[in-house]
Design a protein. Structure first.
Length: 85
C-alpha cells in the first residue's frame, strides 16, 4: 500500500512540539510532574503510582486531573494543538 513518509518539515515540527511539551511538563510542580511522567510516559496505572508515592489512589487521580488542567491552560500548548484547526 502507498504509505508516505513524513516530510522533513513535519518531522522537525513534531520534534519541536514534543520538546515544548516536555519542557512544560517538567516545569510543573513536582507533585504534578511526577504523576504525569509516571502515568503517561512510564505507563504506570493509578494503583501502581499510588503505591510508589505512598499516597491514595484518589490523590493520584486528583493530581493527574489538576496537572491536566494546568497543561490545558498553557498558551504554548494551546498553540501547538490548535494551530491546524
Amino acid at each position: 500500500l502507498g504509505r508516505t513518509e513524513p516530510s522533513v518539515e513535519q518531522t522537525y515540527i513534531a520534534t519541536e512540539d514534543f520538546a515544548t511539551l516536555q519542557q512544560i511538563v517538567f516545569a510543573l510542580p513536582l507533585h504534578y510532574r511526577e504523576v504525569i511522567v509516571l502515568f503517561y510516559y512510564e505507563e504506570f496505572d493509578v494503583s501502581e503510582i499510588a503505591s510508589l508515592l505512598n499516597v491514595s489512589q484518589n490523590t493520584v487521580r486528583t493530581r493527574i486531573r489538576r496537572a491536566r488542567e494546568l497543561l490545558k491552560t498553557n498558551p504554548e500548548l494551546e498553540a501547538i494543538f490548535y494551530e491546524g484547526i
